[in-house]
Design a protein around this ligand. Structure first.
Ligand SMILES: CC(C)(COP(=O)(O)OP(=O)(O)OC[C@H]1O[C@@H](n2cnc3c(N)ncnc32)[C@H](O)[C@@H]1OP(=O)(O)O)[C@@H](O)C(=O)NCCC(=O)NCCS
Length: 180
């Protein structure tokens, strides 16, 4: 992987911007006194996760988030990760992903499906911490590459992933209308 796992992961933590990391550790929103902890999601986090997602998508998808928790959040699912950034019990961001084996003809690699940080907690290193944490999980699972997919016009998420070292990959997304 060329991204967080490669440049900023275990053994390379010094390459993460120290000032921003310190800011994330101490003051995630620039106005909170708490420390950011990245940890596995708990069922009780779902209302806050749902609310953060709703700020991005405009939709409050409670059933969807319950099913995501069942699939990614419960501890017996090796290779699946649903992590939150927690500041004094307040969820300020989350990331979801899993290791997929040979899907799309690709050797096993980690896929990041979603990453969101609360608007008032952004640009203080929390997204970086979340990506580092999920990449550490992928590395523990034995994979050495991480992939994601993003909307062509979502320049914010593109800037973020590029800042972590991610580059255009070898796959091409295809689609068609199914009609009827
Ligand atoms: C993308 C996102 C996760 C970044 O979270 P964050 O906590 O603000 O990220 P960080 O503070 O760790 O920023 C890391 C780098 O990302 C880039 N970045 C972050 N916000 C940016 C912005 N508004 N404009 C340009 N680059 C930005 C920068 O390069 C930044 O490094 P720098 O601070 O040294 O300049 C957050 O903005 C977000 O949740 N956006 C909405 C996500 C979304 O659309 N999700 C749906 C698809 S999954």
């Amino acid at each position: 992987m060329t991204g967080a796992a490669g440049r900023r992961g275990a053994g390379h933590a010094a390459s993460a911007p120290r000032a921003r990391r310190a800011a994330a550790d101490a003051s995630p929103a620039g106005n909170a006194a708490g420390v950011v902890a990245v940890r596995p999601a708990r069922r009780g986090d779902l209302p806050q996760v749902t609310a953060i997602d709703a700020t991005v998508t405009g939709l409050e998808k409670r059933d969807y988030w319950r099913s995501i928790y069942r699939r990614y959040g419960e501890p017996d699912h090796a290779g699946r990760h649903f992590l939150v950034a927690d500041v004094d019990g307040r969820v300020v961001g989350f990331v979801i992903g899993e290791v997929r084996d040979w899907e799309f003809g690709s050797p096993p690699c980690g896929w990041v499906f979603a990453i969101d940080v609360k608007p008032d907690a952004r640009q203080s290193g929390i997204g970086t911490r979340l990506l580092e944490a999920i990449c550490a999980g992928f590395r523990r699972a034995g994979v050495r590459k991480v992939r994601t997919m993003l909307g062509r016009d979502n320049t914010l998420i593109l800037s973020f992933f590029r800042s972590q070292g991610m580059m255009t990959g070898p796959f091409i997304p295809l689609e068609m209308d199914l009609g009827g």
